[in-house]
Design a protein around this ligand. Structure first.
Ligand code: NAP
Length: 284
């Protein structure tokens, strides 16, 4: 291996679906960098060895996906945001084993690209899993009023509590509200929402006709953001578009979370257009 070349990888189990290798390899190529990015299937029981092994082999960094993001916290020195979210999706090996979570910032940038500011807006997030945690934390941090709706109410309540506690521990006064509801309450709450985010896996391939809320609850003034990116145009987005809502697809978040990781690793401005095109080509 050329001394100047660095290896990067995404670890997960399963891992075959990952878009990260094409996205990052396209970025390296377009900047004339010799670095390469691969995907490895790593069972959760081998995560510690895989992280320490990658460091020993001189890897530049790692991404983590399902089901490794929470477990990885045990083996890294997390930044304050990743620590509060309780999950790591990016590891950087410069000066140690540093853990970050770029999912929340990826979602925030996807909204900003569409001209949507979350401060003082009401954001209903459906889901309370790993991605919803990162998004709820980041958008509350950015001043949004958050409503978390989840199939398992306990999980939504825990997330709302953790976000409130996490922000105050970071020294940020929670200026807005965080509420948790079950899916049965969406109908009565959605009229107050400015932004709706699907952070569940509902609508993801192969169940592409599934939709997380009844389409008649969608309306033109709503911004609808679906973080599912496979397919890119989900049933939720097509039903929202039909009703005149502004829509944002999951590819935007995928590219921004990857771009943030790329910057953490390399310190270089990520070629986001190239990364987006590579993902879209792969999804076709
Ligand atoms: P996760 O931790 O497994 O959470 C899944 C969430 O979906 C939970 O809230 C779960 O509710 C809910 N859910 C699953 N099936 C449901 C159903 N049939 N009806 C209602 N709710 C249901 O997964 P995750 O890591 O957060 O990922 C969620 C989705 O986001 C996946 O499709 C993933 O590909 C996508 N994602 C996209 C990006 C991006 O960059 N665009 C980044 C990360 C993830 P319960 O709590 O009740 O089980």
């Amino acid at each position: 291996m050329n001394n100047m070349m660095r290896m990067y990888a995404v670890l997960g189990d399963p891992i075959g679906h990952s878009m990260s290798p094409v996205m990052h390899n396209a970025a390296f190529e377009s900047l004339g960098m010799p670095d390469r990015y691969h995907a490895f299937r790593v069972p959760i029981s081998d995560l510690r060895d895989a992280i320490y092994g990658a460091k020993a082999l001189g890897f530049g960094g790692l991404n983590l996906t399902i089901p490794l993001k929470e477990e990885a916290l045990k083996y890294v020195d997390p930044d304050p945001i990743a620590s509060k979210i309780g999950a790591v999706n990016t590891i950087d090996f410069k000066g140690g084993i540093r853990g970050y979570n770029t999912d929340g910032i990826g979602a925030l940038r996807a909204l900003e690209d569409a001209g949507v500011n979350v401060a003082d807006r009401t954001v209903m997030i459906i889901g309370a899993g790993g991605a919803a945690r990162a998004i709820a934390f980041q958008l509350a941090y950015s001043g949004g009023r958050i409503v978390i709706a989840n199939r398992t109410l306990d999980r939504a309540e825990r997330l709302a509590h953790d976000v409130g506690m996490g922000l105050s521990e970071l020294g940020k006064t929670l200026s807005t509200s965080i509420k948790s509801i079950g899916l049965d309450m969406i109908e009565s709450e959605i009229a107050d929402a400015d932004i709706l985010i699907n952070a569940t896996s509902v609508g993801m391939h192969p169940d592409i006709d599934a939709i997380p809320i009844p389409p008649d609850l969608l309306r033109p003034e709503l911004v609808v953001f679906d973080i599912v990116y496979n397919p890119r145009y989900t049933k939720l987005l097509s039903e929202s578009e039909k009703r005149g809502a502004i829509t944002i697809d999951g590819v935007q978040m995928l590219v921004h979370q990857g771009a943030e990781a790329f910057f953490i690793w390399t310190g270089r401005a990520p070629p986001e257009g190239v990364m987006r095109e590579a993902v879209i080509r792969e999804l076709l």
